[in-house]
Design a protein around this ligand. Structure first.
Ligand SMILES: NC(=O)C1=CN([C@@H]2O[C@H](COP(=O)(O)OP(=O)(O)OC[C@H]3O[C@@H](n4cnc5c(N)ncnc54)[C@H](O)[C@@H]3O)[C@@H](O)[C@H]2O)C=CC1
Ligand SMILES: O=C(O)[C@H]1O[C@H](OP(=O)(O)OP(=O)(O)OC[C@H]2O[C@@H](n3ccc(=O)[nH]c3=O)[C@H](O)[C@@H]2O)[C@H](O)[C@@H](O)[C@@H]1O
Length: 471
């Protein structure tokens, strides 16, 4: 059997990964019809909206969707039709951390993957290649195969591939158009290798062949967890060093620069911060911790767990530094929090460090003004309610104000806290901010974006992550 030429792709899950990934596939493969399906009607409506008011904000995404939608890119809630017509199906559903039951707080909740897989088995009338796009624990493909084989019609054969996604939010389109690598894992059987070649042909429409890596299924699944764990580990390492810098007078920017110039270390992903956020780093590391424990490797589990613990410490340490600096109390004081997304250029707030900061400030009975250029206000209220389940919503609403601009958020504040590195925060009119603040006016930069000297000259008391006060 030769590799099949893929003509119709269905992607189950129209989220941050399924949407951009398959939109780019449609853009680059005009000969392939791509249908992205989701159970969430509101999300699909937004993808289909006449004014391209897409459900996620991602630079360059609208342009891609404008070019391909209606041509060979379709969004639909008709999951069954999508499955039936496709010869290749991406499963790109959410895999959050389990909240209850065995492995709660660590293991990945594979319920959505299983439901999607069962739906494929129930609906498919012909053979298909099923691709795990979601990030899953090692050997999930085996469970998917068992479910498919046990429930499918006799004439349907399924090949399972692992094709983890490495895009980062905020740069998703750029990452997809020019990936460092595309990873495809398959069983090393002739059928598995053929399926792998079929998917590789799809990517070969625009990705150079030497960037398409083909490996075994389990290596592919584990590589995704490993990549995220190692990226997050770099941030926790630099953040751990930032605490030493603050205590000694060293400057974390200078340390990161000096260390990163060693070509074996490399300069990327060494920016100290108020803590990493995003939907995946913590989830995927906890998943790795759970996997290690299940494999009776407690030392390995403890090693990776520390990456997450260091991140929690970093967030706590930062809010404590704010309280300590404001004379050990922030009760009744107004604090402007600039940025609520977990990083710049996204409206996503999942696991954002800003949520922890605001929660800590509210617990200290401060008044908090929040401004973010992209995060919808309803999302901020939802996140705060979830972060403070025992605090009445009336209390949260009384203490927290959502501001329409950075300048507005800073009015009458005692302190400005920069939680997200949005570009516009680099060009704030600090003189105007200073004039409108109570004195002494403090700035806490959790992202190392302000010009410290300039702000000190204006009169601000400036605290930057990873910088001690000693000169
Ligand atoms: N967000 C990111 O930047 C990245 C995420 N990933 C991984 O990709 C996967 C998806 O992540 P996101 O796109 O961020 O999640 P998401 O939550 O934005 O999207 C998942 C979508 O799947 C839909 N869905 C769930 N079950 C379904 C079903 N049975 N049928 C149809 N639709 C269904 C949900 O309604 C939702 O819209 C996760 O495993 C994640 O770890 C991987 C790389 C990057
Ligand atoms: O599996 C995933 O979901 C994705 O997770 C991350 O992507 P993402 O979380 O979107 O964004 P990153 O740029 O990695 O940033 C994550 C967090 O780390 C923080 N960060 C990043 C880099 C750095 O040097 N310092 C730092 O604090 C960011 O501000 C952000 O809060 C990975 O970079 C992607 O390769 C991966 O596909």
């Amino acid at each position: 059997m030769a590799p099949v030429q893929v003509k119709k792709i269905c992607c189950i899950g129209a989220g941050y990964v399924g949407g951009p990934t398959c939109a780019v596939i449609a853009l680059k493969c005009p000969d392939i019809t791509v249908t992205i399906v989701d159970l969430n009607q509101a999300r699909i409506n937004a993808w289909n909206s006449a004014d391209f008011d897409l459900p996620i904000y991602e630079p360059g995404l609208e342009d891609v969707v404008r070019q391909a939608r209606g041509r060979n890119l379709f969004f639909s809630t008709d999951v069954d039709k999508g499955i039936k017509e496709a010869d290749l199906i991406f499963v790109s559903v959410n895999t959050p951390t389990k909240k209850a039951g065995v492995g709660a707080g660590f293991a990945a909740d594979l319920n959505y993957v299983e439901l999607a897989t069962r739906r494929i088995a129930a609906i498919a009338e012909s053979s298909k290649i099923v691709v795990e796009k979601s990030t899953v624990p090692c050997r999930t493909a085996e469970s998917m195969r068992t479910i498919l084989e046990a429930n499918s019609k006799p004439n349907c054969k399924f090949q399972i591939l692992s094709n983890p996604e490495f895009l980062a939010e905020g740069t998703a389109i750029q990452d997809l158009l020019s990936p460092d690598r595309v990873l495809i894992g398959s069983l090393q059987t002739p059928e598995g290798k053929d399926a792998c070649a079929s998917l590789a042909d799809v990517y070969a429409h625009w990705v150079p062949k030497d960037r398409i890596l083909t490996v075994g299924l389990w290596s592919s699944e584990l590589s995704k967890l490993a990549a995220n764990a190692m990226l997050a580990q770099r941030i926790s390492s630099i953040n751990a060093l930032s605490a030493i810098c603050e205590a000694t007078g060293a400057n974390i920017d200078e340390v990161a620069h000096a260390v990163g110039r060693d070509s074996r270390v490399g300069s990327k992903f060494l920016r100290a911060s108020v803590g990493f956020g995003g939907s995946c780093f913590q989830k995927d590391i906890l998943n790795l911790v759970y996997l290690s424990e299940s494999l009776h490797l407690p030392e390995v589990a403890a090693y990776w767990r520390q990456v997450v613990e260091m991140n929690e410490y970093q967030k706590r340490r930062f809010s404590k530094r704010v309280v300590d600096t404001l004379f050990n109390t922030i009760t009744g004081k107004r604090i402007a929090v600039l940025g609520f997304a977990f990083k710049a250029d996204t409206g996503d707030t999942r696991e954002s460090a800003a949520i922890s900061l605001v929660r800590d400030f509210v617990a200290e009975r401060a008044l908090v003004n929040i401004y973010d250029p992209k995060v919808p206000h309803e999302q901020i209220w939802l996140d705060l309610a979830e972060a403070m389940p025992t605090t009445p919503s009336a209390t949260i609403q009384k203490q927290v104000t959502l501001s329409p601009s950075a300048l507005e958020a800073c009015k009458n504040a005692e302190a400005v806290v920069i939680a997200t590195e949005w570009k516009e925060f680099k060009t704030i009119d600090w003189e105007t901010v200073y004039a409108g603040m109570n004195k002494p006016a403090f700035v806490f930069d959790g992202r190392m974006i302000v010009d410290v000297e300039k702000l000190r000259n204006i009169g601000f008391k400036v605290t930057v992550i990873g910088r001690g006060e000693r000169l």
